[in-house]
Design a protein around this ligand. Structure first.
Ligand code: BJW
Ligand code: ZN
Length: 239
């Protein structure tokens, strides 16, 4: 095991935050949003992941989510997810995993201290009565799916552009970013706000920030260390 800042800080029980994005799941077969093989048939996230798109054509938006639910249902965690789950288990100090991912793979890998700030693909919410619940039906017999209770239109339990992030998870993420000693930022393009503020916040509060990414991002010039490469390979070596 290398003697680097990650190991030094975790050995001393310093507070650690891991922030992840779509790149951490790429080696599991989940397409990223903005990468080369990214997105998602012929549509851009910015065109489908909005309340406006859903209001205009809920069937089309649900087709996209149904396709993603089917795809993700067949995916398994990779060594990057496993490394992060193990870091949580073995680290004596404060720990929080903040994920922008909606695929649920971190939980499958065993992560427990986590907040899903952009929601979860396996949750649905009713646009009429407001009830929300977990629903793992793949595929839905009919699109768009309807609420069992009131017959209203269901929507995916994710956060779209222009929508507020869930209050409690975001507050936990902000507080953890402000007091961590080390932040590991894995597989995110760091362009979607407010999450993109978290590493900046941590850095300003004096944390050591390490970015793990196969490419450069707008965050790269601001971090203390860049570990260039595929997350599963770079972090898998440390398992
Ligand atoms: C690898 C790899 C490998 C590949 N290993 N690495 C300024 C300030 C604040 C807000 C804004 C602002 N300017 C604009 C906004 C608004 C907007 C925003 O940020 N827009 C930007 C695009 C400019 N933000 C919002 O609208 C947010 N809400 C908000 O601000 O609300 C305000 C409000 C307050 C009160 C009331 C009402 C409103 C909401 C943002 C929601 C984002 N939603 C999505 C969809 C989620 C649901 C779904 O999945 O369908 O979240 S968009 C999409 O982007 C998804 C992701 O979580 C998010 C981030 O993407 P991510 O994870 O970084 O993926 P990629 O593809 O971009 O990057 C992958 C990276 O991995 C790359 O760097 C690769 O190199 C790398 N990689 N393979 C390691 N193997
Ligand atoms: Zn309902």
């Amino acid at each position: 095991m290398p003697d680097d800042r990650l190991n030094q800080i975790t050995a001393l029980g310093g507070a650690v935050v891991v922030l992840t994005g779509a790149g951490v799941s790429a080696e599991s077969g989940v397409p990223t949003f903005r990468g080369e093989d990214g997105l998602w048939r012929t549509y851009r996230a910015e065109d489908l992941a909005t309340p406006h798109a859903f209001a205009a054509d809920p069937h089309l938006v649900w087709e996209w989510y149904q396709w993603r639910r089917e795809l993700v249902a067949a995916c398994r965690p990779n060594p990057a997810h496993e490394f992060i789950a193990r870091l949580e288990r073995e680290h004596g100090g404060e720990f929080l995993l903040v994920t922008q991912n909606v695929d649920g793979l971190h939980r499958l890998a065993g992560s427990e201290k986590l907040v899903e700030v952009h929601g979860n693909l396996w949750k649905v919410g009713c646009t009429s009565c407001g009830r929300s619940r977990e629903d793992r039906t793949v595929p839905f017999p009919e699109l768009p799916p309807r609420c069992d209770e009131c017959g209203g239109l269901l929507r995916p339990g994710v956060v779209w552009f222009g929508e507020a992030l869930p209050e409690a998870p975001l507050a936990r993420a902000l507080a953890a970013a402000e007091r961590c000693e080390l932040m590991l930022v894995v597989g995110t393009s760091a362009v979607v706000y407010p999450v993109a503020y978290l590493p900046q916040l941590a850095r300003r509060a004096g944390a050591h920030v390490i970015e793990v990414n196969s490419d450069e991002t707008p965050l790269t010039p601001l971090v203390d260390e860049s570990w260039r490469g595929k997350a599963g390979e770079v972090l898998g070596k440390r398992l």
